[in-house]
Design a protein around this ligand. Structure first.
Ligand code: ADP
Ligand code: MG
Length: 235
């Protein structure tokens, strides 16, 4: 269970404020997060993964209350429990596809690289249609290919929780469906909870729950008594 209560968060030197009164996600749920650009969707994923910490409120994932952990504990938690598909992929340009996917195992002592992991990496790339790119540097891939590498890297550790920030944003309709099928299939197979930020309303029916950030913006406006800022809502 993921539980967010009375969450308040502000960036230093920015007038954006995120307020989430209450959000509960059951284990194994497939949740879509929708809302205008700049409404705080990425910020919420950063908070749930412990990359950012709230000014107030609780964020519990399983038994763990994240804001109470030290930075190192949060990092260990993230590595072992969460697969994060970043909106901007965050691949390392100078590594090939294989090493980008295996990166969690290359940089963390707590994860042991084994032949089983390498086989899993190869199997994921086959399912994603990028097996023939394993030895190519990631800066020599199309956006859609980079996106698929980022997804493989998030799945390679078989985390309890998958956070995917607009994972189909750079894909054509066929690949969109393929990649979402794969995410859902993996999540079911490994009993993972799946939280996906998406703008794609054609995919929305496939999720158990839809969280609309318009609600949180309205909440912020009510409690601030003024208009809360959002950027243009095209992306
Ligand atoms: P979304 O993912 O819904 O598009 P974000 O969570 O990325 O929105 O951003 C929410 C707001 O916070 C935006 O106004 C954005 O400009 C601002 N913001 C995001 N990251 C930072 C940061 N590191 N420092 C200051 N402001 C930020
Ligand atoms: Mg975002």
């Amino acid at each position: 269970m993921i539980s967010v209560e009375n969450l308040q968060f502000k960036y230093p030197r920015s007038d954006f404020a995120l307020q989430v009164p209450s959000l509960k996600i059951s284990p194994g749920d497939r949740v879509a997060i929708v809302g205008p650009s700049g409404s705080g969707k990425t910020t919420l994923l950063n908070l749930i993964s412990g990359i950012a910490t709230p000014d107030q409120g609780t964020i519990t994932v399983g038994e763990i209350n994240l804001p109470k952990l030290s930075e190192k504990q949060r990092r260990d938690f993230r590595i072992s429990q969460i697969g994060f598909v970043f909106q901007k992929f965050e691949l390392l340009d100078y590594l090939n596809v294989k090493d980008n996917i295996l990166l969690p195992f290359l940089i963390n002592d707590s994860l042991m690289l084994s032949s089983e992991v390498i086989e899993r990496a190869e199997s994921l790339t086959t399912q994603m249609g990028i097996k023939n790119k394993l030895n190519r540097r990631s800066d020599q891939l199309s956006q859609g290919e980079q996106q698929r590498v980022a997804i493989c890297r998030a799945l390679i550790t078989q985390p309890n929780l998958i956070l995917a920030d607009e994972p189909t944003g750079n894909l054509d309709p066929n690949n969109k469906k393929l990649i979402l099928d794969l995410l859902f299939h993996q999540a079911t197979e490994n009993k993972q909870t799946l939280i996906v930020v998406t703008h794609d309303m054609t995919l929305i029916d496939r999720f158990d729950t839809v969280v609309n950030f318009e609600e949180f913006l309205a909440e912020a406006q009510r409690s601030n008594g003024k208009e809360s800022r959002t950027e243009d809502s095209t992306s």
